[in-house]
Design a protein around this ligand. Structure first.
Ligand code: HEM
Length: 124
């Protein structure tokens, strides 16, 4: 967990899938189910942050700048997921938040894969 990225990847993939499921349930008018899935998504935010933070504190000395940017971008992705869910439930606009979410999500993927841990380094 301190030097392997498996747990971190598993938690953010599940978080993104459940985030989409919560939005689809809301769209289908199934508010109660959407609310339950939203609570589970929130639990996964914590797991994403804890697994990311463990990787961060154990490895950031390798490249403090880029690790710092990864932490910030990863946290912003989580914040945007929550904002999109809450604003969707409250029937408020989310267009700009989706744009930011997509850009920062791609940035998190890119920086995560650029950093040294993990088996894939497609951008090196
Ligand atoms: C939904 C949000 C997030 C996404 C999509 C994401 C994505 C990724 C990806 C693709 C990797 C590379 C895994 C690998 O190469 O095997 C990674 C690694 C990492 N992530 Fe995240 N992450 C997110 C949130 C966070 C958060 C909140 C933090 C910090 C609190 C964080 C810190 C890290 C660290 C330190 C690494 C290790 C990088 C390395 O040394 O290779 N991530 N993440």
């Amino acid at each position: 967990m301190l030097h392997r990225t498996d747990a971190h990847i598993t938690t953010w993939v599940i978080a993104i899938i459940l985030f989409i499921v919560a939005l689809l349930l809301h769209k289908a008018g199934r508010e109660k189910a959407a609310k339950i899935v939203h609570m589970i998504v929130r639990l996964f935010y914590i797991l994403v942050i804890v697994t990311g933070a463990l990787l961060f504190f154990s490895n950031q000395s390798i490249n403090p700048g880029l690790y710092g940017v990864k932490l910030l971008v990863g946290l912003l992705v989580v914040v945007l997921m929550e904002m999109i869910l809450v604003r969707t439930v409250n029937k408020k606009g989310t267009g700009f938040l989706w744009l930011l979410f997509i850009i920062l999500f791609l940035a998190a993927l890119y920086i995560g894969l650029k950093l040294p841990l993990g088996p894939w380094h497609p951008f090196d």
